[in-house]
Design a protein around this ligand. Sequence first.
Ligand SMILES: [Zn+2]
Ligand SMILES: [Zn+2]
Length: 333
Amino acid sequence: MKAAVLLAPDDVAVVDDRPEPSCGPRDVVVAVHGVGLCGSDLAVVSGRRPVPALPWVLGHEAFGVVVATGDEVADRSPGQRVVIEPNYPCLECSDCRTAATAGCRRRRAVGITEPGLLAERVAVPARFTWPVPESWDDADAVCVEPFAVALNAVRMSGLARGDRCLVVGAGSQGLLVSLAVAHAGGEPYIIEPHEGRRALALELGAHDAGSLAAATAFPAVIETSGAPEAFERALERTAPGGSLIAVGQSPRPARLTTFTLVQQRLTVRGCLIYDHPADFRRTIAMLDEHDLHPGRVLRERFEFAEAPKAFARAAEIAGKTWISLPRTEEMPS
Ligand SMILES: [Zn+2]
Ligand SMILES: [Zn+2]
C-alpha cells in the first residue's frame, strides 16, 4: 500500500511498501480521499517536532470513505463518507471524564505520536470517524479538523456579537479563525506581514488592522502565528479586561509583565485543539446548517504522488495546501 512518509528531516517520499492496516474490533478502515497540511505537519517534516520512528507516515487532517468495519462496530458502514478526528484521548482519566479531553495525558495524536493518515487506507477507532454528507465539497471536508480548532478559539475568547476581534497571523489557522469570528457575529481584523496572506484574508472578509489607528485595542485577540514577537504585539493590542487566546505555539519565551497583566486585567489562555466528542459534533452540525465553506481557505491541491512537493511548498503558499488521493475504494484481496 502507498503512503507519504518522512524518511529523514526534510526528506518526504511516497512509498509503496506499507502494510495494509489491520482493522481491530472497534475500528473502521478508511480509504483516504484528501489530507490537509498545517503547521504541525511542517514541524514534523523539519524535525522540529520529533516523531517516535522513521520512516513516519505524515498527515492528520483527513477525510475519506469507510471500506471495512470491525466486528463490534454497529454504527458505521462501508461506503460512508467520513472525516477523521485525529486525536484519541484515553476517555478514562479525570480530564476525559470531565469532557476536557484535550488535556488527556494519554492522548494519542495522529501524525505526531501515532502514524499519520497520508496513506491509501488507514485504520481508525470508529468513534473518531464522523459521517459527513456527500453534498459537501471535498475542500470543506478537508477543513473540518482545523475549523474545529478555530471555533474553539473564538468561543474561548468570549467574543460578543458586534465585537472587533484581532486575528494575529493569516496562515491557514488564522484564515479559519477569521471565518469563525465573522460567523460568530464579530468583525475580524488581521495582522499579517506576508502580503499574499494578508490579501487572501481580506478577500475572505477580514479587515486590515493596519487601517485602524495603531493604538486601537480589541476586546478579543487570537494569536495564530506562534511567533513570540507576534504574541507580544497581540498583548499590546488587547483591550483592558479583554482576552488573548494563543493558538500558535513556540518553545521560545514571550515577554509578559505581571504589571501589564494585572493593570490591564487581561485573560490570557492557551487553546489546545478540541474536546471529544462535543467539538467535532458541533463543528459538523454548524457546517451542515450554514454556508460557511471553510474550504475557501484552500489554495493549492497536489496529487498524492506530488506529496514531497506539497510539503516543500506549503510554507510559502498563501492559503492552505492539501493533497488528494486517487479513489480506489476496494480493499485489495
Ligand atoms: Zn493540523
Ligand atoms: Zn484521558
